[in-house]
Write a protein of this length. Structure first.
Length: 306
């Protein structure tokens, strides 16, 4: 796309699950350089393309962040300590997700950055029976969700006080190739191994599952658009329960296994489904990969990379 063609972008966390797909999307769009800034670089996720520049660094290192941002035309801030590790180590989550995020935004402001696209999460909403739009109250009950709310409000403040352009994307349940964990990947791997997948609770907990390629497209579309100072849900708009996901994967694989349920373990989240209508209206993005096609793609990737 012309808004990406010939430009240089920084992706913090760019060799990770979602970040590496954004790298691919930018390269396909004609970006001149895609600079990947990561503490632990996963080279297996990155193309062997001369336009990819890899920098090992930590978002908690102010000087390293400033050097990485220098000379770029846009920043995708995706580096994060995920949900599980943040719950287990909240102080590390504070350092990475709050202080590290502030470091990125401050460096972007000082560099006169044209736009920051920030990866937030549906965790900011908490657990709700409502189908959430972007006006839904923020109700995080985890350290991870709290850290994402902090990042969102830092960014609003940088915009209001200094004019830093931004778009915040609140991801629903992202799945697909290169994912290390998560429900879809965990179940798919067990089913492919001929083992019965175990679902926490009775399997009725439901989520909005969105394929990682669609999420990457949302990131690049948000960067290329003239939209700024707004928050957007990024989901498929299609709800599926954990039980349905497991049953679909068993059918796709053709495995002779049955789902088992761990009803003794507390289910942390019963429902999280969002509306993506705002993204469709404001910058023309909507998910294009159906759940069945996305699950087949994920199974195919696991088979090819086993």
């Amino acid at each position: 796309m012309p808004e990406v063609d010939g430009k240089t972008f920084l992706i913090t966390g760019g060799s990770g699950f979602i970040g590496s797909h954004v790298v691919d999307r930018l390269l396909d769009g004609g970006a001149a350089t895609v600079r990947v800034f990561d503490k632990l670089v996963n080279h297996d996720n990155l193309r062997g393309d001369a336009r990819v520049e890899v920098i090992e660094g930590d978002v908690t290192d102010v000087a390293a962040v400033r050097r990485a941002i220098d000379g770029t035309d846009g920043v995708f801030h995706m580096a994060v300590l995920p949900l599980g590790p943040t719950v287990e180590n909240p102080r590390v989550g504070l350092d990475v997700n709050v202080v590290g995020t502030f470091n990125v935004f401050e460096a972007a402001r000082d560099a006169g950055m044209p736009k920051v696209v920030f990866s937030s999460a549906s965790s900011v909403y908490g657990d709700t029976d409502d189908t959430m739009d972007e006006l839904h109250p923020l109700g995080a009950r985890t350290m991870y969700g709290a850290s994402k709310i902090a990042g969102e409000y830092f960014l609003r403040s940088f915009n209001d006080q200094y004019g830093l352009p931004y778009v915040t994307l609140r991801y629903m349940n992202v799945y697909g190739p290169r994912q290390a964990g998560g429900l879809v990947m965990a179940v798919a791997r067990r089913v492919l191994a001929g083992q019965s997948p175990t679902i926490t609770g009775d399997g009725s907990q439901s989520f909005d599952f969105v394929h990682v390629a669609d999420v990457a497209d949302a990131n690049v579309s948000a960067m290329a658009s003239d939209v700024t100072a707004e928050e957007f849900n990024v989901g498929s708009g299609v709800e599926a329960s954990a039980r349905q996901i497991a049953e679909k994967l068993i059918e796709i694989v053709g495995a002779d296994v049955e789902v088992t349920y761990d009803t003794a373990t507390r289910v942390l989240m019963k429902r999280r489904v969002g509306s993506n209508e705002k993204a469709k209206q404001r910058f023309g993005w909507e998910a294009s990969i159906s759940l069945d096609d996305g699950l087949r793609d994920t199974v195919g990737w696991i088979r090819a990379n086993s």
